[in-house]
Design a protein around this ligand. Structure first.
Ligand code: FPP
Length: 247
């Protein structure tokens, strides 16, 4: 079966009534993809951005509610300076070429992560993207940049303590109140988490929010991830029985 036929097949098989509302992706394997082709690592990231374009397009066509992409972790600062610099140039490039299409496709852009530590050009690219798409009502596209789940949880705890000291909190903290202090406040938790490249780790991504998410892994590297992978993951999700701890 060629690519088009596979796509058509999944379009027939996927039940539009049972889509995962929120899909989160750990985009992994850019470096190994490049290495195996004898290319410099940045080629992997460059191709990774092409995959981001296509995945956003496909997610929006499928009708996902939220797509959350792990683009840069709080730990990724430990990479060599040239690689960090290269990665920090990508959001600007991406929005420059994609913003008109994101607007046309009714996609809304949002940042999750500690924006304060990001270079001004990255903050501006995301801010401008968010501003230009703020009235869109289609898929919400979350870029996780300088994101780390433990530091997100600590931020929530510290803000809670401040609000408690200011007398703004009545009674005990429940899950709903706590969730409201996370970057993902007001967003339903991911239904489906995808990780590429054969690694089977959560890597400090959405630790609280992934409590009941279905997990889907592929050995393929992120630059080779295609709409067929996304559709396969969505279809596989639709075959799962989610019990949320019940029988
Ligand atoms: C993991 O591969 C990938 C990253 C740390 C960067 C992910 C970023 C992108 C795919 C582009 C983001 C695009 C925008 C528009 C912000 P790795 O480098 O860890 O690969 P390796 O494990 O094989 O070395």
């Amino acid at each position: 079966m060629d690519f088009r036929q596979q796509e058509q097949e999944f379009n027939r098989k996927i039940d539009p009534q049972k889509l995962p509302y929120h899909v989160a992706i750990i985009m992994d394997g850019n470096g190994r993809w490049a290495l195996e082709k004898g290319l410099p690592r940045q080629e992997g990231h460059r191709q990774g951005v092409e995959t981001v374009r296509e995945t956003v397009r496909c997610g929006s066509e499928l009708g996902l509610g939220i797509l959350t992409l792990f683009a840069f972790s709080t730990e990724n600062w430990q990479r060599p300076a040239w690689e960090v610099n290269y990665l920090m140039g990508l959001p600007e490039k991406y929005f420059k070429s994609e913003l008109p299409e994101l607007i046309r496709n009714n996609v809304r852009v949002n940042l999750i992560g500690d924006g304060a530590r990001l270079p001004a050009k990255v903050r501006k690219a995301i801010k401008d993207g968010a501003e230009a798409t703020k009235n869109n009502t289609g898929m919400l596209l979350n870029f996780a940049l300088n994101y780390g789940s433990r530091s997100e949880i600590l931020m929530a705890v510290n803000n809670l303590l401040d609000d408690a000291a200011a007398g703004k909190i009545k009674g005990a903290i429940d899950e709903k109140v706590f969730s409201g202090y996370l970057y993902t406040a007001d967003m339903p938790d991911p239904d489906l988490l995808i990780r590429t490249s054969g690694e089977k780790r959560i890597s400090n991504f959405l630790l609280w929010q992934l409590a009941y998410s279905e997990l889907w892994f592929t050995n393929d590297y992120w630059p080779d991830f295609s709409r067929i992978h996304l559709m396969e993951a969505v279809y596989d999700y639709q075959l799962r029985k989610r019990r949320f701890g019940k029988v």
